[in-house]
Design a protein around this ligand. Sequence first.
Ligand code: ASP
Ligand code: MG
Length: 418
Amino acid sequence: MTAVYKFGGASVNSTEAVRNMASIVKRYAGEQLVIVVSAMGKTTNRLEQLVPGVRPRAEHPALLEQLRDYHRQIIGGLFANPQHPVVADFDSLMAQLAEQCDKEPTNYNFDYDQTVCFGELMSTTIISHYLNSIGLENLWVDVRQIICTNQNYREGIVDFEQTEAATRQFMASHANTRTFVTQGFIAGTADGHTTTLGREGSDYSASILSYCLNADRMTIWKDVPGFLNADPKFFPDTVKIEEIPYNEAIELAYYGASVIHPKTVKPIQNKNIELDIKSFVTPEAEGSKIGPFDTIRPLTPLYIVKQNQTLLSILPKDFSFIAEENLQTIFAALAGLNIRVNLMQNSALSFSICIDDNEMLLAGLQEKLGEQFHLRYNRGLKLITIRYYTQEIIDKIVAGRPVLLQQRSRTTTQLIVG
Ligand code: ASP
Ligand code: MG
């Protein structure tokens, strides 16, 4: 039996959380286990501020200090011995990070990946040492040697053939190892640079590895009891979904259901591997299952809210209509900057897109498109998707707020609200 477990940032965000995570791992000791871990807590957000060019250099020392203190506190809680080798390993990563963030900016997406990867390198270093220290013998694996992507920085495209071969070779040379600890989110190019798989990409990492290992099952350990029909942070009465067909899960993730990264489902679907989403707070409870089911069960409206959205209207300066040639220019700019479009709509005179807010990328778009187009934007919006909606449900959700844009299909409606 081979199982792949993914632990996200919230499941390892404190000393207690790491201890709890270890207790879950312990329950299943015996089978071959690949443990994929994200950066601790909100570390990736902090690291984004340290990408060269994002913040004035003068702010770096304070940001680095915050990161160091946060991790050092967790280390202090987990290891009684202040000379434990984990300390030197962690300090070495901090030193490499300090050097990286001090570099001259080159290409934002490239710099981003070389910087934010430290979150996962730190978390897995600490966790691997900790599990070893409590008798859960494991091997720390640099996943950048295994998951291979192209040079599409900030959202590397995985070379499955290469990755499968590397996985097979690696496992063959570690046939006696039962437990592996490795990083989510990050990967490597053939020429040895770090890439990332997109924000919240650790689920996808676990899925890639499940695919390559022909795992018997994959489990994502979350701070919620499973796949809920809405985010309990914003909705008081949520319903846990018991069974989700692969394709439904793909749709939901695509619309932004934060419980799972959009690319996660396809690899496990291709190998018919069942994915469990379970709570790390109540690990014995049944979670939600994504698998070869016919319908979602129970069938209930599903709400997905994306925060921090920017609605960008792109208008040709020469008053030409929005047509294929304009769209080609616009999409080339979006693709060139790796901007993901969450929703789009066109009229004769303008093309509107909803994207995740990002100052650097907006500036990049302005630079690429500013000569030919006027760019107008509204920031700080929400994109709400409702699947299996009724008008009554829409009215309740909108609750008199201005709707900047709405789209509907038979099963799904999307609204951009202030
Ligand atoms: N640490 C990364 C992020 O926060 C990846 C992940 O959590 O899945 O986006
Ligand atoms: Mg995360």
